[in-house]
Design a protein around this ligand. Sequence first.
Ligand code: ACO
Length: 388
Amino acid sequence: MVQIDMPVVGEYKPGLEGIPATQSNISFIDGQQGILEYRGINIHELCAQGSFLETCYLLIFGYLPTAHRLEEFNQDIIFRRRIKYRIRDMIKCFPDRGHPMDALQTCVAGLGMFYPLSNYHDADYIYDASTRLIGKVPTMVAAFNMMRQGNDPVMPRDDLTYAGNFLYMLNERAPDPFAAKVFDTCLILHAEHTVNASTFCALVTASTLNDPYVVLASAIGTLGGPLHGGANERVMQMLEEIGSVENVKPYLEERLERKERIMGFGHRVYKVKDPRAVILQGLAEQLFDRFGHDRYYDIALELERQATDKLAERGIYANVDFYSGLVYKKLGVPIDLFTTIFAIARVAGWLAHWKEQLADNRLFRPTQVYTGLRHVKYLPISERESLS
Ligand code: ACO
């Protein structure tokens, strides 16, 4: 008989905390010092000097593109920005009150039916699928937003930047260039973040060798949950519910008393303020200086101050979602689209991880610690007694 060594089952860690699920050279986080790097470049530097499309290229291909290569990449994305009328017709059938993240997940999964699977090791296939997804995801989000209001979708404009075009497609108004630049920085900030819940989900699906549209659709489903990307929407709702600076204290005390979470606070990895929250707070301030103050910003500042007083000793600080909603709201984005913006940006990170997984794939198949019964006798239905 052949003797096969079975792996030793390790200690069970709820939420896989601290368990490496993969090896990756895409991004790096130091949760104690609040450092985030994409391919070794600090996020502060990328936000100050780079663009979102450059960041996509960096994440997916591993290095910064030359000016010529970046322009080709941009043109390839522009070429793939439009969506087929059948996708538009599908969106037309979605309920107006359906959540935009559900609409996006359905659209992305649907794309796979139009672009058949090919050789995963073919660089052209990876490039085409990547530029197609980067190009089409914003168009699908904006189309759903227009069509749920009974309007035709707005066609993309080739003369606008990636960020500017998305804002334009939301309401057919040419965006202020400063607003478009701020939005571009928001996309850089959300483009990648190591192996979080949605990226892990993308890796698991990628490891089955399903197509990239299904890989991203599964990641989008995971991102939408309130403990992950869906928190940005909940933060804005929370600020609206608080309503005034005076109400921050009783709201916070009551919520913590009931052992409820403060949305936009806490992170599995960061034990200091999330560096993305620091940058987003600065962007919010710039927008308010330029386009007028927002009372929700005062509420957020006071909430952050008081919540930090109470939670910092447990390593719970503001995360990326705390200030992003204030920025999006000022840019005119409807609240229920906030998480789709996260998804538009994270397409880059998910694609980078999909590509990395394919290069050295092994099917994900973890184990479990079984806690159930064994050797139970089957009881015929006539002999069973109701348990309720
Ligand atoms: N408000 C109040 N208490 C909190 C918060 C919070 N936001 N976050 C964690 N805690 C407390 C928990 O109640 C728990 O307390 P206990 O030990 O007394 O039971 C303790 O801290 C540990 O909580 P866990 O959920 O085990 O910690 P984890 O590392 O899994 O938390 C998470 C990470 C899920 C993000 C959590 O901080 C949270 O729910 N935050 C609110 C939702 C949110 O903002 N999500 C966005 C995260 S960023 C992103 O995904 C893009």
